[in-house]
Design a protein. Structure first.
Length: 202
């Protein structure tokens, strides 16, 4: 009896289709998460850039509002185009004008029933972080009191009372000792004689 051997070709294949699909899904998920992280990072960068630009713009607006040139036309002298009375019609709280020679202090002087109104309100009555130069509410508007207190913000670039801090330098003080106070019915020359630096919150 003859013997025959018969071979049946076949291959053993492991069942890996489930694992393959899981890996593919994981890669897709990682890709989506990566895109989301990149998008969020880009969004944050754009937000920071926008906020920085806004802060620069806002600061510039504050400095512009504090610029004495905004009221230059109303300075109570003959050479200016608009009269001081016109500015007083816009805001009756304006009682005069203060100028310190060769400094940026050259503004309308106001007075209200309290000392909060013009902390953040300009001479035209509009909201402004730079506020106004104003006389203490308890003082008489004709400056007949023995002591008269005038307030103003210390602004960068010399706006409002920003130049006042320079008076702590004796050489600056000696070169800027005179100014003018214009009231409705009188004009006074200002003579600086002392400067005291103190803590506003102490």
């Amino acid at each position: 009896m003859r013997r025959y051997s018969v071979a049946f070709p076949f291959a053993i294949r492991k069942e890996t289709s489930g694992i393959f699909h899981m890996k593919k899904a994981a890669k897709f998920l990682v890709k989506i998460v990566d895109h989301m992280v990149n998008f969020i990072a880009l969004l944050l960068i754009l937000m920071v850039m926008f906020l920085s630009c806004y802060m620069l713009w806002d600061s510039n607006q504050v400095y512009q509002a504090a610029d004495a040139k905004n009221y230059e036309a109303y300075i109570p002298t003959e050479k200016h185009t608009k009269s001081f009375e016109e500015l007083q019609k816009i805001n009756p709280d304006i009682i005069g004008w203060i100028r310190i020679n060769e400094t940026n202090v050259n503004y309308p002087l106001l007075q209200a029933e309290d000392d909060d109104t013009y902390m953040n309100t300009d001479a035209e009555g509009k909201y402004s972080l730079s506020g106004s130069i104003f006389l203490h509410c308890a003082n008489k508007p004709d400056f007949s009191d023995f002591n008269n207190m005038i307030y103003g913000h210390h602004m960068d670039h010399g706006g409002m009372f920003g130049d006042v801090v320079e008076y702590t330098d004796i050489s600056y003080f000696e070169k800027h000792m005179e100014g003018w106070l214009y009231l409705a019915d009188a004009t006074y020359q200002i003579q600086m004689f002392a400067c005291v630096e103190t803590d506003a919150y102490g």
